[in-house]
Design a protein around this ligand. Structure first.
Ligand SMILES: Nc1ncnc2c1ncn2[C@@H]1O[C@H](COP(=O)(O)OP(=O)(O)O)[C@@H](O)[C@H]1O
Ligand SMILES: [Mg+2]
Length: 311
């Protein structure tokens, strides 16, 4: 029956076709849009082009692979990225987009929310909640494999994101669409203090940063996110109900990582051999704490500006 409906849909011309397609997607759950996940490319990109983030590399590749292997997941994949500015959070979210949909971030099935653009006024929370809910619902009806990226969560007024709670849980088909195939990525700097402190503790104890395990940070980050009044997840039922599949900590970057970022940028511009610029950029960053100067305060964010200065 559904196959016939789909075939009819192909044959019919535009507006009518769209109505049929929406109907078909709503009652089936088989609409995977132009979803073309390439796990090998994603892993390659993560391990080759993201520096100093073993936790993010492992968690993202493992969670995405196991989520995609399951043809009928019992809940969506919900990842929450945390860490200081310039450590690669947005970079990893765009890699994810790029290797799930061939058109990457410009795919109509990848939805990116920028708080200052989409939720600018704190006194409009009710309006934003209902807009967000109907928007997510509408997009999931069109494409069960939709990806929703919420960047700079610390700028989202508290209370808005909770409207997503019914979409993130394991309950059965809500809103007559298979919302359990969706992927949500939340990004914020909240939790950076606990992450950076642990990285510092390891460093001062002479231990490798790669020895840091997710278990060392998972609960501390969840708590920081729940208790921080400047977090979009402040006192959120999403955290209480444990609806985040994984918190993904991004560690503070050291000088050697900054220099790798500089080299990569230089190579893109055809200046691969300019070791002098790589070194100058690495030396011109501000590192904390005062004693030891281990971690770049802006991660790799200021690298392009510094390159322009020294090139
Ligand atoms: N861990 C990293 N590995 C490689 N490049 C990085 C890393 N972190 C940041 N960068 C570079 O710095 C730029 C800014 O990083 P971004 O992902 O936007 O940081 P944020 O964590 O603030 O979202 C990126 O476009 C990328 O070129
Ligand atoms: Mg960012």
């Amino acid at each position: 029956m559904l196959a016939v409906l789909a075939a009819v849909c192909f044959l019919l011309s535009q507006p009518v076709c769209c109505v049929f397609q929406t109907l078909y997607c709503t009652i089936s759950d088989s609409c995977d849009c132009d979803f073309r996940p390439d796990m090998r490319d994603l892993e390659w990109d993560l391990y080759r082009n993201v520096y100093g983030q073993h936790l993010a590399q492992d968690i993202v590749s493992e969670e995405v692979a196991s989520f995609l292997q399951n043809k009928s997941p019992d809940r969506p994949l919900v990842l929450s990225f945390h860490g200081s500015s310039g450590t690669g959070k947005t970079l990893v979210s765009s890699m994810l987009a790029k290797h799930l949909y061939s058109s990457g971030l410009s795919s109509p099935y990848i939805h990116q929310f920028i708080p200052t653009l989409h939720f600018p006024l704190p006194n409009r929370v009710r309006r934003y909640r209902s807009d967000l809910e109907s928007w997510v619902k509408g997009n999931l009806t069109e494409c069960a494999r939709s990806v929703f990226i919420f960047d700079e969560m610390e700028k989202i007024p508290p209370g808005i994101i909770d409207v997503l709670e019914p979409f993130l849980g394991p309950s059965h088909v809500v809103f007559r669409t298979n919302y359990r195939k969706a992927i949500y990525v939340f990004i914020s700097t909240t939790g950076e203090k606990v992450i950076n402190q642990l990285a510092l503790d390891f460093r001062q104890a002479g231990r490798e940063r790669e020895e840091i395990r997710l278990a060392d940070l998972q609960d501390a980050v969840a708590q920081a996110v729940y208790n921080s009044s400047s977090s979009g997840f402040y006192h959120s039922s999403i955290i209480q109900q444990k609806l985040i599949t994984r918190f993904v900590p991004f560690l503070p970057l050291c000088r050697r990582h900054v220099e790798r970022c500089a080299r990569w940028q230089l190579c893109q511009q055809g200046w691969c051999w300019r070791n002098d610029v790589v070194e100058a950029v690495g030396g011109d960053m501000i590192y904390t704490p005062d004693e030891g100067r281990y971690f770049s305060t802006t991660g790799c964010k200021a690298v392009p500006a510094k390159i322009n200065l020294f090139l």
